[in-house]
Design a protein around this ligand. Structure first.
Ligand code: UDP
Length: 344
């Protein structure tokens, strides 16, 4: 399977938004990549351009299942194992919360065990969601978070927290060499139109002339990182030599309100869409911004793509999707936010 000296890399979740960009980056560095995906939210079309690539293989399977059942994955001597396998947008991960939790916990355990067996370096795609609705701002890696363990977001937040726990237990006992990235809101080409997240929703709504949905008053903030910057962070983290001290935040620290994002998308698309409000989902974090000093110091990483440039690329990509489909690409679940808050 391996070509000469090239690295053999497994990407669980390889057909997803981030996973497919990571496949491209690793292949362009000469690696042999095996993408594993259940296609629950990942899509074959994200990898279609790699169909004839001799250093690329795609395996269908769910990381919750024993990996030995999947193409004898345990027999392959991977150098690196990336775990990006999990639905990540609130409407998708809340659609099947039990499966979301098991994906993070059992899936991470399966992939850690595989890494231990073959001596691979293991990467966990963790999330800013582990900070919950943060009481510390901006969020540093040393902050333990403020998560509601029984709410509708818990399947994802607590699942990822448990995945981090497992990962650092393997690390502490010397069973695997691990890297943990806490990913903040990321956007770019290959997001799904029905992802339900704010950037894809607003761009698709603006392009289709549909109402732009702001959940709550739009005063909540997020910090949006362009996908190529994030993938560059992944690559630097995975090639960091020596023991990496704990988890690392990867995100763009430029913070804006959801209302400002809506106005930005409207002006960049020239759309005549109206802005409408919808109920704020339960436990929706009020503020989020990464402190990236650890990534800057240890990885020499700073996201370089401005919101303007990143949104322009993303709008261009969704417009292309419309042309390919010859109809507006709509966001079917956008008018239905994940579990709205009941009136207090
Ligand atoms: N949001 C919104 N309109 C939408 C989708 C999301 O106002 O059509 C809000 C959502 O309530 C949240 C923010 O935008 O406050 C970011 O939501 P997203 O689902 O993208 O990510 P997350 O909440 O996981 O950061």
């Amino acid at each position: 399977m391996r070509n000469g000296d090239s690295k053999l890399v497994l990407i669980a979740g390889g057909a997803g938004f981030l996973g497919s960009h990571l496949c491209d980056a690793l292949l362009s560095e000469g690696a042999h990549v095996v993408a594993l995906d259940s296609f629950l939210t990942g899509r074959k079309q994200n990898l279609r351009h790699l169909e004839r690539e001799p250093r690329f293989d795609l395996v269908e399977g769910d990381v919750v299942r024993p990996l030995s059942e999947l193409l004898k994955l345990k027999k392959l001597k991977f150098d690196q194992v990336f775990n990006l396998a999990c639905a990540a947008s609130p409407p998708h991960y809340q659609a099947s919360p039990e499966h979301t939790m098991l994906t993070s916990v059992v899936g991470t355990h399966n992939l850690l065990t595989l890494s231990e067996d073959v001596g691979a370096r293991f990467f966990l795609a963790s999330t800013s969601e582990i900070y919950g609705d943060p009481e510390v701002h901006p969020q540093k890696e040393s902050y333990w978070g403020h998560v509601n363990p029984t709410g509708p977001r818990a399947c994802y937040d607590e699942g990822k927290r448990a995945a981090e726990t497992l990962t650092f237990d393997f690390d502490r006992s010397g069973r695997a060499d691990v890297r943990v990235a806490r990913i903040f809101n990321t956007y770019g080409p290959r997001m799904r139109a029905d992802d339900g997240r704010v950037v894809s929703n607003m761009i698709c709504q603006a392009l289709a002339g549909d109402d732009i949905t702001i959940y709550g008053e739009g005063s909540q903030t997020r910090s949006f990182c362009y996908v190529s910057d994030l993938i560059d962070g992944f690559m630097r983290l995975m090639s960091y030599e020596g023991k990496f001290p704990g988890a690392v935040n990867l995100g763009n620290p430029v913070e804006l309100t959801v209302g400002d994002l809506a106005r930005c998308v409207l002006s960049m698309t020239g759309s005549k869409s109206r802005i409408v409000t919808r109920p704020l989902p339960v436990d929706d974090p009020r503020r989020r911004r990464p402190d990236i000093s650890r990534a800057q110091q240890l990885l020499n990483w700073t996201p370089g793509t401005s919101l303007d440039a990143g949104l322009r690329e993303t709008i261009k990509w969704f417009s292309g999707e419309q042309e390919r489909e010859n109809k507006p690409v709509r966001t079917p679940i956008s008018s239905k936010p994940p579990v709205p808050a009941s009136p207090a």
